[in-house]
Design a protein around this ligand. Structure first.
Ligand SMILES: NC(=O)c1ccc[n+]([C@@H]2O[C@H](COP(=O)([O-])OP(=O)(O)OC[C@H]3O[C@@H](n4cnc5c(N)ncnc54)[C@H](OP(=O)(O)O)[C@@H]3O)[C@@H](O)[C@H]2O)c1
Length: 224
């Protein structure tokens, strides 16, 4: 568009601006509309939030409950989940068990994910509207100092964990032609730094996975 505008200007063919605008405006507008991710309104929505018992997930849970969402936090350790639910209730001022709950889930284990997702639907008596895949971990260390089990572990939790949860929630979202999935990546995935070789790779993978999955899902009413 810019080249055409400059060319017409130089050639003093300003009348060409009219047909150019007639073509360019609808094309640009449709590109914006297709790629625009609509604003997420969580009021009254059922949210599954993995890794919601600590750190960023816990803060997100407090914010979501304060905005009127019904939130089920998921993580592996029951005692920590129970403490987190108590803290979320205290900080959000919402003490209703219908608004905040927890499920034990290991995102790296597809069976545990499937069971956890069923439990959330049973608790909510509704389908999951929003799924936030936040569970993840890093082990800042030089590559050769990362134990093999953590190399595999980071891929299993950070990447497969997101994919496992998406696999469990997406079919119902597609059926309903509604839903939102949020995958938590990291700057380490876009601006790699020393000490985050495997972690950065898992977060770059999540970004690519999310972009590709969004292209597949948008036409089915679900945004990623
Ligand atoms: N903190 C940062 O500076 C930062 C920066 C960029 C991106 N991130 C990303 O943001 C997300 C949250 O980070 P954070 O720092 O808040 O982490 P965090 O404080 O260590 O909390 C991690 C949460 O994930 C859960 N979790 C870990 N492994 C799990 C598994 N296999 N299955 C289910 N839940 C699991 C933990 O509970 P259990 O251990 O009980 O399972 C906990 O609730 C991660 O994906 C991280 O990569 C963090």
């Amino acid at each position: 568009v810019t080249v055409s505008v400059l060319y017409c200007w130089r050639q003093k063919m300003l009348w060409l601006y009219v047909p150019l605008a007639l073509v360019a405006v609808p094309v640009l507008a449709s590109l914006v509309l297709v790629h625009r991710v609509p604003r997420l309104d969580v009021k009254g929505k059922v949210v599954l939030l993995t890794g919601g018992s600590a750190g960023i997930g816990l803060e997100l849970a407090v914010a979501l409950v304060a905005k009127g969402a019904r939130v089920a936090i998921a993580a592996r350790r029951r005692a920590v989940l129970e403490e987190a639910v108590a803290e979320i209730k205290k900080r959000s001022g919402v003490s209703d068990d219908n608004t905040i709950s927890f499920v034990e889930m290991d995102v790296a284990d597809p069976d545990s994910v499937a069971k956890g997702v069923d439990k959330v639907r049973f608790w909510a008596k509704a389908d999951i509207d929003v799924c936030i895949c936040n569970a993840g971990y890093s082990l800042p260390s030089r590559f050769l100092d990362i134990p093999q089990r953590h190399q595999t572990g980071m891929v299993d939790v950070n990447f497969h964990g997101c994919a496992n949860v998406c696999r469990a929630v997406l079919p119902r979202m597609y059926e309903r032609k509604a839903g939102r999935v949020v995958l938590v990546s990291s700057m380490a995935g876009t601006a790699p730094v020393a000490g985050f070789t495997v972690y950065g790779a898992t977060k770059a993978a999540i970004r690519a996975f999310a972009q590709s999955l969004d292209m597949e899902s948008a036409a089915r009413g679900v945004r990623v």
